[in-house]
Ligand binder design. Structure first.
Ligand SMILES: Nc1ncnc2c1ncn2[C@@H]1O[C@H](COP(=O)(O)OP(=O)(O)O)[C@@H](O)[C@H]1O
Ligand SMILES: [Mg+2]
Length: 225
């Protein structure tokens, strides 16, 4: 079953009188449970593509069907509801809410889902990523690797159907990055989530089942291992 189906997806930005095509007629399908990497040079449209796939933004033309739901036909509120129900996102710069503790950050998606056991579940996830003793710390009181672990706990909290990670180790040193990679792959395996990873790191990309190469907003290659 396709968990994500992208058809003729394009995105253009208007800058003054010039039109900038950032994604150009992109097509691919991802099967449920698949792990996949998107690689390409800086500025090739990876982050834009991931944002469209995750319903963070909408394309100029084309369609994005996520878990059977056509995102291009939805308004922002409807997309937000799909994101909270089906999608997890891990960002390069963590994007934790600075005024919330580690625990409260992980609780956000659970509370949006009105889960009564939000606190308990968030504490379990923090323990799973090795931060059981950091629950009351604020993001500024945590190292980069610890912040990314909190964001991983948050991303898996609502048991997403599909997880998007945009250069999740890009801001971390090699050793910490390797620990974060392992955590993402381990939790992914445990929960049977579909994983879409954007990375510069070809060694990391090689750990997935499929690599999509993108350049200038177009898919150059789509290689299954
Ligand atoms: N909001 C925006 N307005 C105008 N141009 C943008 C915007 N967001 C991204 N771009 C441009 O789109 C291109 C692709 O960006 P991005 O998707 O971030 O690439 P990547 O993640 O592969 O480095 C870049 O040339 C970037 O400058
Ligand atoms: Mg990017």
């Amino acid at each position: 079953m396709s968990i994500l189906s992208i058809k003729n997806l394009s995105k253009t930005y208007q800058s003054g009188s010039r039109k900038l095509t950032v994604l150009d007629e992109v097509n691919f399908d991802i099967q449920a449970g698949e792990t996949l990497a998107i690689v390409g040079p800086s500025g090739s449209g990876k982050t834009t593509l991931l944002g469209l796939c995750a319903g963070l933004d909408s394309g100029t033309t084309g369609s994005v069907v996520l878990n059977g739901q056509a995102l291009e036909k939805m308004n922002e509120d409807q997309r937000a509801s799909v994101r909270n129900k089906d999608v997890g996102f891990i960002f390069q710069n963590f994007q934790l809410l600075p005024t919330l503790t580690a625990l409260e950050n992980v609780m956000v998606p659970l509370e949006l889902k009105k889960r009564k056991d939000a606190r308990q579940k968030a504490l379990e996830l923090l323990a799973k990523v090795g931060l059981g003793d950091r629950a009351t710390h604020y993001p500024t009181q945590l190292s980069g690797g610890e912040q990314q672990r909190v964001s991983i706990a948050r991303a898996f909290a609502n048991e997403p159907k599909i997880l998007f990670a945009d250069e999740p180790t890009g801001n971390l040193d090699t050793e910490t990055g390797e620990m974060i990679e392992k955590l993402i792959f381990d939790l992914n395996k445990e929960q049977g989530t579909t994983l879409v990873l954007v990375t510069h790191d070809l060694e990391l990309a090689a750990k997935t089942q499929r690599i999509i190469h993108i350049k200038g907003g177009k898919i150059q290659e789509d290689v299954h291992a």
